[in-house]
Design a protein around this ligand. Structure first.
Ligand code: A3P
Length: 283
């Protein structure tokens, strides 16, 4: 379970190669028509991918039921993701967890649309703990308390949540940047799908929208082999991976102690000072 640091970010050694991450940043050409789904890990990335895929097929579930998530919407920075893209035609639908400063430079002079989803970092922390500790992708925390410390220090895959979020939120107000929250998606998934359609310039009939809703629900994704990660049984996760764990907001309250919650608040206020109140729907 090794990892290495690149440009201040810890990356898992398995599946992620420094040379590829560097090449993606310096040489990968993003096209104007490409769609990018970006999130700090455990924020609802796969949910958003499912929704966007279903919008592309006007709610027809055939694609999301026959092709796994990582082939429908490859992670550019992963070894496999890079390969998954090489045979595809433009425009690409791309997923990534990269921080702002490691994202392909070509993007910043393109018109490509990017959807960034944020989630209460306390829930991200808990979700990440239960996800990573089962994998060979990172060092294994002996307890949630250990992982809690690592998370606050940014010593977790893809680095600090605070830096990641600050970096990407600097795009707020750009025409090609749509900001969503996991909490907003939970509260009103239909409205979320409409927002995404507007942003992407897609129009769905009401019954098509119903289908998008249906096949992107927690239950549907949990039962779908192509979206629940159960197909990942290689050396990354010999005991299997559980992506569709709980799918709720506020689960952190069941896991963090009062002292941890207070320590977290303090760090949050410090690191996220300066953002308008209301930007973070969970605060
Ligand atoms: P939990 O571990 O809290 O259950 P990511 O895709 O960025 O890795 O995020 C994974 C988190 O999103 C998991 O959170 C997972 O359950 C949740 N998730 C995935 N699909 C979802 C859906 N359709 N509805 C609600 N939550 C979903």
């Amino acid at each position: 379970s090794g990892y290495y640091w690149f440009e201040g970010i810890p990356f898992p050694s398995r599946g992620f190669q420094k040379e590829i991450i560097e090449e993606v940043r310096d040489k990968f050409v993003i096209g104007d028509e490409d769609i990018i789904i970006l999130a700090y890990p455990k924020s609802g990335t796969n949910w958003l991918i499912q929704i966007v895929c279903l919008i592309q097929t006007k709610g027809n579930p055939e694609w999301v039921q026959s092709v796994p998530t990582w082939k429908r919407s490859p992670w550019i920075e992963s070894n496999g993701g890079f390969q998954n893209l090489t045979n595809k035609e433009r425009p690409y639908q791309i997923s990534s967890h990269l921080p702002f400063h490691l994202f392909p430079r070509s993007f910043f002079s393109s018109k490509a649309k990017i959807i960034y989803v944020i989630r209460n970092p306390r829930d991200v922390l808990v979700s990440g703990y239960f996800f990573w500790y089962k994998t060979n992708l990172f060092k294994n925390p002996d307890s949630l308390a250990t992982y809690f410390d690592w998370f606050l220090k940014g010593n977790v895959p893809y680095g600090s949540w605070f830096e990641h979020t600050r970096g990407w939120l600097s795009m707020r107000g750009s025409e090609n940047f749509l900001l969503l929250s996991y909490e907003g998606m939970k509260k009103d998934p239909r409205r979320t799908i409409e927002k995404i359609c507007d942003f992407l310039g897609k129009k769905l009939e009401p019954d098509e929208l119903d289908m998008v809703l249906k096949y992107s629900s927690f239950q549907a994704m949990k039962e779908n082999k192509m979206s629940n990660f159960s197909l990942i049984t290689d050396d990354i996760a010999p005991n299997g991976l559980l992506l569709m764990r709980k799918g709720t907001t506020g689960d952190w309250k069941n896991h963090l102690t009062v002292a941890q919650a207070e320590a977290f608040n303090k760090v949050f206020q410090e690191k996220m000072a300066g953002f308008p109140p209301g930007l973070f729907p969970w605060e």
